[in-house]
Design a protein around this ligand. Structure first.
Ligand SMILES: *[C@@H]1O[C@H](CO)[C@@H](O)[C@H](O)[C@H]1NC(C)=O
Ligand SMILES: *[C@@H]1O[C@H](CO)[C@@H](O)[C@H](O)[C@H]1NC(C)=O
Ligand SMILES: *[C@@H]1O[C@H](CO)[C@@H](O)[C@H](O)[C@H]1NC(C)=O
Ligand SMILES: *[C@@H]1O[C@H](CO)[C@@H](O)[C@H](O)[C@H]1NC(C)=O
Ligand SMILES: *[C@@H]1O[C@H](CO)[C@@H](O)[C@H](O)[C@H]1NC(C)=O
Ligand SMILES: *[C@@H]1O[C@H](CO)[C@@H](O)[C@H](O)[C@H]1NC(C)=O
Ligand SMILES: *[C@@H]1O[C@H](CO)[C@@H](O)[C@H](O)[C@H]1NC(C)=O
Ligand SMILES: *[C@@H]1O[C@H](CO)[C@@H](O)[C@H](O)[C@H]1NC(C)=O
Ligand SMILES: *[C@@H]1O[C@H](CO)[C@@H](O)[C@H](O)[C@H]1NC(C)=O
Length: 853
């Protein structure tokens, strides 16, 4: 007879009940343990079930959790009502019966076992097989707890068995292994918690090494292995000595073309299962006493990965192993009561990192805990820089620092543990908390004192606050955008992030721009610039440029940068500065120094450039010892590179840019001695059709300025060509244009011209570099240089012409006319309007006018 209960819902008419009983009696021709097609379905409402023949196992419906959820499953009958594990298999663990009063287990037309609700289309669960002999299948619950779907006419033909689909329990005789036909592995997946059979985070599966050794591995979230049974040596598993052959358990390994698995027999009544705490447990229940745990592995819960969930801290306390750090609270009380800490801890106050108006986050020390995995490591640096690295990265949630380096964590912290005696080694971890949290944590207990203090503080604070607020407000107004985000310099990855920003994919940036289409130059925080340059230490100072000192900086990833502080006295407005830097940031050419970002703090304006290992051209060119490093080939490459860079500025960039300050100290050399034009402080953008512009403010460097610019303030791309010509002649000769008093000539240009006129051009060549392979090339370069420095701008070639002349070695060249070598010296005497002192007072950007280099 089928085991039937009326259940608690026996409100149906009595007649119907009798009818049902009769019907059941008619059809129940089979043994207790089977269920066949013609029989009425097993329904939840009637609490229907079938038992195995030996009476140990039962298949039926059970409920768990609050609110109650219903499942179809198999349990150990004698354990029902026990607090210990009794459910050994669940059919629909992912799909609870949302419609229990209409749900039933029955056979479908095609012979499959299906668990249906009111809607026949979508079963909660089914054996889901094809090509069954539809009229002759039957289900049976065998004595070992295996539910099988078999052929009624030949009982040894088994179509489906629950042992192929274990949930969290490995019964004696059950299989735990892999499937070689592509079906899912026979693995154990824990319940979410003791009241929720849906798949939890822990799993146990068989791993077969290519060398043939087998072991069971225990994983967290199917990815993080936290424990292993050790290799099976034919007798026992290395780390589960309790599970020994021919002791209580008899283990066997089966491998055929369809599957590979282990199964076991046990001399006492026992079951093994993967607990929702991640431990693998064996329990037994002697007929006379309560069930008890034979063993549990791993032995300590501290070996279970991330048992306490995100931000949870594990400590050695069997009754309450999980804690939340200060500023956090447990996710949910009900879950923790069910031994489910997997949701971990929640922040009481959300972080405000993204919110630039909010108070700064701070760090709370958690003493003596083991480090969670998934850190990012940075090489040794100071504690303060490590802290800053975390503070400036909004994803960073914690950091720790010791003498060997700095570790930061992004996102949730998993697997923090307080070491127990003799256990793992702990260290202090600093956890990021919201500013609001600090206020709460500093609330004292001596509240009376605090009230008095608070009132006093509040009174003075109010006055202070009002005045500060006013000044801040004014400052903010003044600063405008500059108070904006501080892209962190230390963590910045220029190779990728510049790209993202110029693509406009940076949403924060887009918000800030609100429609402005232009590329925004990354703006870094002053703190991060301080950190990168070690507080602008003297050791990091590279030199003093025309606008202020230049420092070397280093980012966390080791990339080096050049940090240029613009003089504080510079009268240039912030808006102007931002516009200019933004424009320059758009220029991308291999012969232009890349501007990486900027930083504005009060009056300080700081530009961040890529770092050039070989300083500037003047460093080599005019030094009697170092100039030997610039051989003829290198000089040719430098001239070509400068020409290409200028051509780009003049012709091919989206804007037409006149550099206005071409000189050797503004040509930087990278590690391969490739030239890069730098210092766009004086550069001007002119319209596409605008060939010439006028300025009242003449800036530039004496000796490189074209006459029309120096005397009349007229500048055009031809002014740059003039400067280029001077530069070229300087590179060839290794001599400075200004301060050249040799051979009775006032300057280099006159000297070069006179040599040229007399057919003695080779004399100009820098004698230290030996003889060039081709003298005609040298003469050609001097010719080009002289063409560039002609008096009339219209006579000078464009940079495009220059590049063509350089690259086309055999093309004919125009004979140059007398250069404008009268400029310079005379200028100082005849034209008082370019008195450098005056210019400085207008705008310190003009500083370099007097720089004699
Ligand atoms: C089914 O019957 C068992 C006793 O046999 C009882 O403990 C259980 O609560 C009942 N379940 C439902 C859903 O009525
Ligand atoms: C199954 O049995 C039903 C009625 O008992 C019958 O109508 C049907 O033809 C049978 N199907 C097969 C495939 O034997
Ligand atoms: C029953 O099925 C088994 C395996 O499927 C087969 O070996 C055996 O011959 C079948 N017996 C009969 C009587 O058909
Ligand atoms: C096989 O590989 C496992 C894991 O890689 C290793 O522990 C074991 O010692 C190896 N066994 C042999 C016999 O090489
Ligand atoms: C588990 O891993 C999946 C991806 O494999 C991820 O989406 C999920 O967030 C992880 N769960 C937890 C609790 O970390
Ligand atoms: C367990 O016992 C059954 C029945 O006695 C036997 O067929 C099976 O081979 C045994 N399994 C192991 C692993 O010893
Ligand atoms: C374990 O935690 C409980 C509850 O928080 C506490 O009462 C108990 O003292 C703790 N035991 C140990 C050994 O820390
Ligand atoms: C520093 O921390 C790392 C990572 O936690 C650890 O491996 C290393 O041993 C520590 N070094 C010292 C000197 O404590
Ligand atoms: C951390 O805690 C463990 C266990 O209580 C203790 O042995 C160890 O000395 C502690 N370490 C530090 C640095 O306090």
């Amino acid at each position: 007879m089928l085991v039937r209960d009326m259940g608690i819902h026996g409100t149906r008419p009595f007649l119907l009940f009798v009818l049902l009983l009769l019907l059941r009696a008619c059809f129940s021709v089979n043994a207790d343990d089977t269920f066949t097609k013609g029989q009425p379905p097993l329904s939840v409402i009637d609490n229907d079930s079938i038992s195995s023949k030996n009476g140990i196992f039962e298949l039926g419906f059970f409920e768990r959790g609050t609110p109650k959820k219903f499942y179809l499953g198999i349990w150990v009958k004698s354990l029902v009502g026990q607090t210990q594990k009794n459910i050994v298999w669940v059919a629909n663990r992912e799909n609870h019966l949302s419609d229990p009063y209409n749900s039933k287990l029955e056979f479908s037309e095609d012979g499959n076992l299906v668990l249906l609700g009111a809607s026949p289309k979508k079963p909660f669960w089914s054996t889901n097989l094809q090509n069954l002999p539809s009229n002759s299948t039957e289900a049976a619950l065998l004595d070992d707890g295996n539910l099988v779907l078999r052929d009624r006419s030949n009982l040894s033909t088994i179509f489906w068995e629950s042992f192929d689909y274990p949930t969290d329990t490995w019964l004696p005789g059950g299989k735990l292994g892999i499937d070689k036909t592509g079906k899912e592995p026979k693995q154990l997946i824990s319940w979410k918690n003791s009241e929720d059979p849906s798949p939890g985070l822990f799993s146990c599966s068989l791993r077969i090494d290519p060398n043939g050794s087998i072991e069971y591995i225990f994983e967290w979230n199917r990815s993080q292995v936290y424990w292993s049974s050790g290799v099976w040596n034919g007798e026992t598993f290395a780390f589960i000595p309790e599970m020994r052959l021919n002791y209580v358990f008899k283990l066997g390994f089966v491998s055929n073309e369809k599957e590979a698995y282990m199964s076991y027999n046990s001399s006492i009544m026992s079951i093994c299962y993967l607990d929702s705490t991640g431990q693998f447990k064996a329990i037994t229940w002697p007929p006379t006493s309560e069930p008890w745990v034979l063993w549990a592995q791993p032995k300590s819960l501290s070996d279970v990965y991330a048992l306490c969930g995100p931000f949870g801290v594990y400590h050695d306390n069997t009754s309450q192993p999980c804690d939340c750090p200060k500023g956090f609270e447990p996710f949910s009380d009900t879950r923790t009561r069910q031994n489910d800490w997997s949701s971990g801890c929640l922040r009481r106050h959300p972080l405000q990192c993204e919110n630039r108006n909010a108070k700064k986050d701070w760090f709370q020390k958690i003493p003596n805990v083991t480090s969670p995995i998934n850190w990012k490591a940075y090489s040794a640096m100071s504690d303060a820089r490590c802290k800053l690295a975390c503070m400036n990265n909004c994803f960073c949630t914690a950091y720790t620092h010791n003498s060997s380096g700095c570790l930061i964590w992004e996102g949730a912290l998993l697997n923090m543990q307080r070491p127990s005696d003799g256990g793992k080694v702990g260290s202090d971890i600093y956890l990021r908390l919201a500013a609001d949290e600090r206020q709460i944590s500093t609330k004292g207990t001596k509240w009376k004192v605090w009230v008095i203090v608070a009132v006093l503080v509040a009174a003075t604070g109010l006055i202070l606050c009002l005045s500060v607020c006013f000044s801040i407000k004014r400052k903010l107004k003044h600063k405008g955008e500059t108070a904006a985000s501080s892209n962190d310099l230390m963590l910045f990855d220029f190779s990728t992030e510049i790209h993202a920003i110029s693509d406009g994919t940076n949403s924060q940036d887009n918000d800030k721009k609100r429609g402005k289409k232009d590329v925004e130059l990354p703006l870094f925080s002053y703190e991060s610039v301080l950190a990168a340059t070690d507080n602008f230490s003297a050791a990091n100072k590279l030199g003093e440029g025309g606008f202020g000192p230049v420092y070397k900086g280093k980012l966390l990833k080791g990339k080096e940068i050049a940090v240029k502080m613009l003089s504080k006295r510079s009268g240039q407005g912030l808006e102007e500065f931002r516009n200019e830097t933004t424009l320059i940031a758009k220029l991308q050419h291999r012969n232009l120094v890349k501007l990486l970002g900027c930083c504005i703090e009060g009056d300080e304006k700081i530009l961040i450039y890529e770092y050039m290992h070989n300083k500037s051209l003047d460093f080599y060119l005019f030094d009697p010892a170092k100039k030997k490093m610039l051989d003829w080939g290198t000089r040719i490459h430098i001239i070509e590179g400068i020409a290409q860079g200028l051509l780009y500025l003049h012709q091919y960039s989206r804007l037409r840019i006149i550099h206005r300050d071409m000189k050797p100290s503004n040509i930087l050399l990278d590690s391969e001695m490739k030239p890069k034009i730098s210092d766009f402080g004086m550069a001007r953008i002119v319209g596409d059709n605008e060939i010439q512009a006028n300025t009242n403010r003449i800036v530039g460097t004496f000796g490189y300025m074209s006459p029309e610019y120096a005397m009349e303030g007229l500048y055009s791309i031809k002014s740059d060509v003039f400067s280029f010509g001077v530069l070229l002649l300087e590179i060839v000769s290794g001599k400075k244009n200004t301060g050249f008093y040799n051979h009775g000539s006032l300057n280099l240009l006159r000297y070069a011209w006179e040599l040229w006129r007399d057919g003695q051009s080779l004399e100009l060549m820098d004698s230290t570099i030996g003889y060039p392979s081709s003298t005609s090339t040298l003469v050609r370069y001097i010719n080009i240089g002289l063409l560039c420095v002609q008096e009339n701008p219209a006579d000078r070639p464009t940079m495009l012409d220059v590049v063509l002349m350089i690259s086309n070695e055999h093309g004919p060249l125009v004979t140059p006319m007398q250069p404008a070598f009268t400029v310079g010296r005379n200028l100082m005497q005849t034209n008082p309007t370019v008195n450098p002192a005056e210019n400085c007072s207008i705008n310190n950007v003009t500083f370099s006018i007097m720089e004699a280099r």
